[in-house]
Write a protein that binds this ligand. Structure first.
Ligand code: PLP
Length: 443
């Protein structure tokens, strides 16, 4: 019996004993092709020799020095690299141990910013219904995944919400793309006005929605218009790029494709690429300046923040991505994978949409393509696909549950940036088999 409280308390997971490149091997000697990078984490695949070497070197020098006493070279270098590669004045970095911690940090930094500016009445975040920002209580409160929120709802701060930017499902047949975007912006403005702009800390959103809806990119101009509204009403704009950032969408930061600048950017997953637990918040200069010139300190902190080995691993990951031009590879391989998926599935009666950016790709499954009717949640199709895929040696990230009050099954693909065309073809073919098997075994 395992003493770990696993995700599934009735069935222990397989035991992973080795992982290298795109392959994870279990204790029974079975191999799994990692088509989802875990959950959009492993951007360099597993056991990349240069990342391992950087970690070993750091372990030899210094594994830990508490940030109340010291900083370390790896954390300093990582922060200057992240800031240097970010556009505009996103010049400050706070290093933590994962995505949820980073989201909590961003929420608190935003709140403290307004306190320092003499606006203590700003206590409200506005967020979207279709989003996931992490599982800690603050992150869960701004997130919109009802399935995850429900048991803890009485413990969560109240967050006014607006519709997601989800063109496949929500744009009306007689509506243009611009008309749809304008409708979303009008809704956001109404919520800002109803809440009272002077009470709002900021607006929180994922640049490309990951885990609640399967790689849903914004419509053209959406975030530029959101930025304008935030400026007009004096709100901070907090973008969660835990899943879509760090190169996953083909630019280091996903918002770079939106032609605007957020105030705070939340990072995780691909930052450490699975080699170490690490997350970060990027902040614009005026936010940090307000704290520096005000109370002089950010009232926050974690024991493992700025961890030397985590920072060294993340730094090595970033160096490999840049040296090997992997952002370019994400764009070309992402396009290649989407082409393969379209060839395999665009006439499939149960695949409603194939979408995404770079190597963050979602397939939305529907019982009926014409009406976009989702499958009955009781079928748990996404779970059946995951199992069928594992049986065929393939890891895909399945999602189901309630999304913005509606059910939907999705498959998320987020293979490592180093995946070859042959591996992408293999992923597509095994996925086709797994989908068929899951659909035919469904009652
Ligand atoms: N934000 C987004 C967009 C995520 O996808 C996730 C994790 O899936 C998180 C935040 C939380 O990150 P973590 O699981 O590292 O706490």
């Amino acid at each position: 019996m395992s003493h770990i409280i696993h995700r599934n308390l009735r069935r222990a997971p397989r035991l992973a004993v080795r992982a290298a490149g795109l392959t994870v091997t279990d204790s029974e000697g079975r191999h799994y092709l990692d088509a989802s990078g875990g959950a959009a984490v492993s951007s360099l695949g597993h056991a990349h020799p240069e990342v391992l070497a950087a970690m070993h070197a750091q372990i030899e020098r210094n594994t830990y020095a508490h940030t109340a006493f010291f900083t370390c070279e790896a954390a300093e270098e990582l922060a200057s690299r992240l800031a240097g590669d970010a556009p505009g004045d996103l010049d400050h970095v706070y290093l933590v141990s994962g995505g949820s911690e980073a989201m909590e940090t961003a929420l608190k930094l935003a709140r403290q910013y307004w306190l320092e500016r003499g606006q203590p009445q700003r206590t409200t975040f506005i967020a979207r219904r279709q989003s996931y920002h992490g599982n800690t209580l603050g992150a869960l409160a701004v997130g919109g995944n009802e399935w995850r929120r429900a048991p803890f709802a009485p413990l969560l701060i109240d967050v006014p919400r607006v519709s997601p930017c989800y063109e496949y499902r929500d744009r009306a047949d007689d509506e243009t793309g611009d008309g749809y975007t304008a409708r979303l912006l009008h809704e956001l403005e109404q919520i800002i006005l109803a809440t009272g702009p002077e009470n709002v800390i900021g607006f929180v959103a994922e640049t490309v929605v990951g885990a609640t809806a399967g790689a849903v990119p914004p419509t053209p101009g959406y975030f530029r218009a959101v930025r304008k509204l935030c400026d007009q009403y004096g709100l901070l704009l907090i973008l969660d790029e835990v899943m879509c950032g760090m190169g996953r969408c083909g630019t280091l930061y996903a918002f770079e494709q939106e032609g605007m600048l957020p105030d705070l950017v939340v990072l995780g997953k691909g930052l450490g690429a699975g080699y170490q637990p690490i997350g970060a918040v990027l902040a614009r200069t005026p936010i940090v300046a307000a704290l520096r010139e005000g109370s002089g300190a950010f009232q926050h902190g974690h024991t493992y923040m700025g961890h030397p080995v985590a920072a060294a691993a993340a730094l090595a990951v970033q160096k490999v991505i840049q040296r090997d031009n992997l952002l370019g590879a994400v764009t070309t391989r992402g396009a290649a994978l989407r082409r393969m998926l379209r060839t395999a599935f665009s006439n499939h009666p149960q695949v409603g949409d194939i979408r995404g950016r770079g190597l963050l790709i979602g397939l939305e499954l529907v019982a009926d393509r014409a009406t976009k009717k989702p499958f009955d949640p009781a079928l748990a199709l996404h779970a059946a696909i995951k199992e069928a895929a594992m049986a065929r040696g393939l890891m895909v990230y399945p999602m189901g549950g309630t999304i913005d009050g509606r059910h939907g099954d999705h498959i998320l693909l987020a293979p490592p940036f180093i995946a070859s065309e042959a591996e992408l073809a293999e992923i597509t073919s095994r996925l086709a088999d797994a989908l068929q098997a899951a659909l035919t075994s469904s009652p």
